[in-house]
Design a protein around this ligand. Sequence first.
Ligand SMILES: Cc1ncc(COP(=O)(O)O)c(C=O)c1O
Length: 445
Amino acid sequence: MQHLDPHLWPLTATATHNHLVLGGCDATELVREWGTPLYVLDETTLETTAARFVAALRAHYPAASTVHYASKALLNSAVAQLVTRGGLGLDCVSLGEVALARHIGLDLAQVHLHGNAKPRHELEQALAWGVGRIIVDSLDELRVLAELTRDRLAQGHQPQPILLRLNPGVDVHTHAHIQTGQLDSKFGLPLATGMARAAAELALQSPGLELVGLHAHLGSQIDEYAPLALGVQRLLAFAAELKQRFGWEAQELSPGGGLAVPYRSGEPVPEIDDYVQTLARTVLDECRQRGLALPRLVIEPGRSLIARAVVALYEVITVKTIPDVRTFVAVDGGMGDNIRPALYGARYSAVRADAIVSEATTTVTVAGRYCESGDVLLRDVALPPLEPGALLAIPMAGAYTLSMASTYNLVPRPALVGVRDGQARVLQRRETYADLLRRDILLPA
Ligand SMILES: Cc1ncc(COP(=O)(O)O)c(C=O)c1O
């Protein structure tokens, strides 16, 4: 029987009557109704994980704290509703993401706007919509914001609360594409070069801006706590310097997100509680030693909040054995719905969802349907024998998959179905061919 590693599968996943069952719904029946590729969100897992972050902060940090979902990991209206109904705020990184927050009726005070290159018109609109915090990433952005908010102040608006995103110069051992806290990074205001100090000074001199705090995000898929603690220490050392120089106190502090998840059995399984406790303790210790008031602690999990809640289902289209080389199992999705293997060499695992009691006796490479040789979802994985029509399930499919999906080869993007207590509902419908053609304008005959 194939193994459903409890660290990789949604909380409700079971093997029942030889089939994978998610949220009480048989995967083969979900596929019969909605087709493949199909992304299935276990609503219970998402809500439980969100609640774990909130509870851990309450348990380990005595002052105010907030969890903001880093919505870039997976965003559509229903996911944002599920997350924010649990009391979380939203981290957005474009006006499109903020527009979605408005669309679901979220109080935009609960929205933080990030981004290393926010266009001026997006900043103008974010100010007009009343986004709660803008996380400033560069001196140029700060100058634009200072100018825009000066004019708004003259019209009677309140100063805009901002945080400075700092580059603390901390390396984390993760894939180079998802490291962000080292000095050689496009993100943040480096502490080491004096740019952060210049930004703080300018922010404090700008009457339309209210500098409420400091932020850093070191990268993603981080499974060691020491660099995260070091990042917090550097933020608070800088806060202490600003207090001494300008008498300014940080009201808020955000160490970003970045907690790793396991994608395959045997990979480290960082615990949410340990992670939050490490961050909270570091803030408490540093503030005590430096004589700083405790700031509101804001954490921004993305991957670790959503990855495990989602399973991707694919139908096998063809099996091609090249003797003494490899067996390619090609499925009806691939880099269009999950680009992580092609982009970062990300590794996943899979089971045969329509014959879960079968033994994994063959080693195959699962390729996607897209016209790129690099479109390989799983390389050299052990699976039961597969034939066209077989159903494959990939767990840990929630983060940076659908949110990075493309319409390459004009393949419609998959549906996302939510499951709970034996009931399933479409949260985001499959793209149609009409959707794909909607933006095109035919030339006159
Ligand atoms: C500012 C910020 N916060 C939070 C996150 C979420 O990171 P993760 O999904 O690794 O938790 C990101 C991801 O890029 C980010 O840029």
